[in-house]
Design a protein around this ligand. Structure first.
Ligand SMILES: [Zn+2]
Length: 251
């Protein structure tokens, strides 16, 4: 077994690159608030968390706090689960490395998200960042550090998604930039150089590979003690009529 840091991303359907935040993948359909699919997923995720009482970090998109339904749900969750911490998954879900370099725009967005999330989460807040949809380029690293973040968990070190890593399509260049900027990096778990996190949990073949890798994980710890990092989406919990759970050995 390997000690692992469990993380979940709070994306609603409107945040996916297919919907918004990407220069070519997005259809630009505007949505607001919390979707009914997300409400089902939030309920199922909370039931799973109440049952397992597991230590984990939720990476939240700051614009979700504008929605009362979502922010009340998260406030209640935090009041019952002091073991849960909150990190930043962007102000919106803009896929920064898919756009031309824009250090000023990124800095402004990160500072605003940081203030919003810190104020909301209080003691549960951690200066930890995850780039929306895993789009992170080397130029972003010093900006993330400048905005006050200490740890980054955006790197998905697989050749399959290397186009997300910026102009050189090189995860090593991103890792080096994070290190040079004084940031701790916690990349996502890969097996056989293939992704095992996020969408990989529901894509045929990748799903099989991921399940085998995740079954060997535990105990569940914070990033300073972890040898691996994995993530899934709160939205995943709406699958199988709300009975979906991450493929970990825990129940
Ligand atoms: Zn996301």
């Amino acid at each position: 077994m390997r000690p692992v840091w469990l993380t979940v991303d709070s994306d609603d359907i409107r945040h996916t690159p297919k919907s918004q935040g990407h220069p070519t993948r997005s259809k630009g359909t505007p949505h607001q608030g919390t979707s009914s699919e997300m409400l089902d997923a939030m309920k199922a995720f909370r039931e799973w968390l109440d049952r397992t009482q597991v230590t984990l970090t939720i990476f939240v998109i700051a614009d979700q706090l504008d929605d009362e339904v979502f922010s009340e749900w998260l406030t209640d969750l935090l009041s019952h689960h002091p073991q849960v911490t909150i990190g930043c998954h962007g102000l919106t879900h803009r896929c920064w490395s898919a756009f031309p370099e824009d250090a000023d725009g990124l800095l402004a967005a990160l500072v605003e998200a940081d203030v919003k999330l810190h104020k909301f989460a209080g003691d549960a807040w951690r200066p930890w960042f995850r780039a929306p949809a895993g789009y992170i380029a080397p130029w972003m690293a010093p900006v993330i550090a400048k905005a006050g973040f200490e740890l980054d968990s955006s790197v998905n070190p697989s050749w399959l998604v290397r186009k997300k890593a910026g102009p050189w399509k090189d995860w090593n260049a991103v890792e080096k930039a994070l290190k040079d900027s004084g940031l701790i990096s916690r990349p996502w778990l890969c097996k056989f150089k293939l992704p095992t996190c996020g969408p990989a949990l529901s894509i045929p073949i990748l799903r099989w590979n991921a399940k085998r890798a995740w079954k060997k994980l535990g105990p569940f710890v914070l990033p300073d003690e972890a040898e691996e990092t994995v993530y899934w989406h709160i939205l995943d919990h709406r699958r199988n009529d709300g009975h979906w759970k991450p493929p970990l050995l825990m129940e």
